[in-house]
Write a protein that binds this ligand. Structure first.
Ligand SMILES: Nc1nc2c(ncn2[C@@H]2O[C@H](COP(=O)(O)OP(=O)(O)OP(=O)(O)O)[C@@H](O)[C@H]2O)c(=O)[nH]1
Length: 299
């Protein structure tokens, strides 16, 4: 049996979370087309007959904005890299820039690094891919270079096969059916945050946090009938009063849609009926306030 920790790193928006979800086989890490969706370190677990892969999805490495939130996120990336057995560095096919270069500088020399060249489904000129891969090969001594699309399950299976021999021989760290180290409470907050990100357009900046005030599971209606109803109460924190109408939408319709989509994702992931109650509250300047960051779980 092989078991190992694998960091998934890369600049914002290259598809790290989408790839981790594919490798794990469930949606444990939230994704969106906006950079900086992932804020925290989440472990994703996948167990095969002869190997257990423990993936650490990391926030996209950020240098542009210098808030306390970004500093905390960048620290998470550097700390994650320090105790890994292997690293998957994700770049986007045909797009290599300064932000990727900064991640390259962080790659450990003494651990195997696999380059995953993602979003190849978007490359129209396939002939241009080979020179791109060759240029990438010169930048670092990679254990392997794997072109992938994080939307294709067979690409995930192939990446697992490439990773397997790089893991040390060791007993599994998690139960066979575990998919993450995070609680359902945490996952519920993340799912709701994802819907806010996805459904509010660009008007609401990345300064949104979600806290869960209540997470209670009722006993099943009858024995053996699966899980009982889960009652969740959540608060969506925004920075400015002016963001409230954007989040609520006309007659509260936007918030209703956010809550409905979040509830559906939660039901799928938890395998239970969910009753979700959402509130919106304003707390100015939380992205720059260390105490509040801790409270929101980003400390
Ligand atoms: N076409 C295509 N889109 C992809 C692929 N992988 C990811 N995406 C999309 O790219 C966007 C960003 O994906 P994420 O997984 O959130 O990216 P991330 O690197 O985790 O982003 P951060 O959390 O900001 O660091 C989403 O809209 C994904 O659906 C891919 O292989 N092909």
């Amino acid at each position: 049996m092989r078991t190992g920790l694998i960091a998934v790193v890369g600049r914002p928006n290259v598809g790290k979370s989408t790839l981790v979800n594919l490798l794990v086989g469930a949606k444990i890490s939230i994704t969106s087309s906006k950079p900086q969706t992932t804020r925290d370190r989440i472990l994703g677990v996948r167990t095969l007959a002869d190997a257990q892969f423990v993936f650490a999805d990391t926030p996209g490495f950020q240098t542009r904005h210098r808030s306390a939130l970004n500093a905390a996120m960048n620290r998470t990336v550097t700390e994650t890299l320090a105790d890994m057995d292997a690293v998957v560095w994700v770049v986007e096919a045909m797009k290599y820039g300064e932000a990727d270069e900064q991640v390259l500088r962080l790659l450990p020399k003494e651990r195997p690094v696999i380059l995953a060249v993602n979003k190849i489904d978007q490359v129209e000129d396939k002939a241009a891919l080979l020179p791109f891969l060759e240029a990438m090969a010169k930048r670092f001594d990679f254990a392997a270079i794997v072109p992938v699309s994080a939307l294709k399950p067979e690409d995930g299976d192939y990446l697992l096969e490439v990773l397997k021999p790089l893991l040390p021989e060791a007993a599994p760290m998690f139960e066979e059916d575990a998919i993450t180290d995070r609680s359902e409470r945490f996952l519920a907050a993340e799912i709701l945050r994802e819907k806010v990100f996805r459904l509010t357009g660009d008007e609401i900046p990345y300064a949104v946090a979600v806290t869960i005030e209540k997470f209670e599971e009722e006993p099943p209606l009858k024995a053996g009938a699966g899980r009982g109803l889960i009652r969740i109460a959540a608060t969506i924190w925004i920075e400015r009063e002016g963001h409230k109408p954007i989040l609520l939408g006309r007659k509260g319709e936007k918030l209703k849609r956010i809550a409905t989509e979040a509830r559906q994702d939660m039901e799928r992931l938890f395998g239970a009926k969910v009753f979700l109650d959402c509130w919106v509250k304003v707390k100015g300047g939380w992205t720059d306030n260390i105490g509040l960051l801790k409270r929101f779980g980003y400390g």
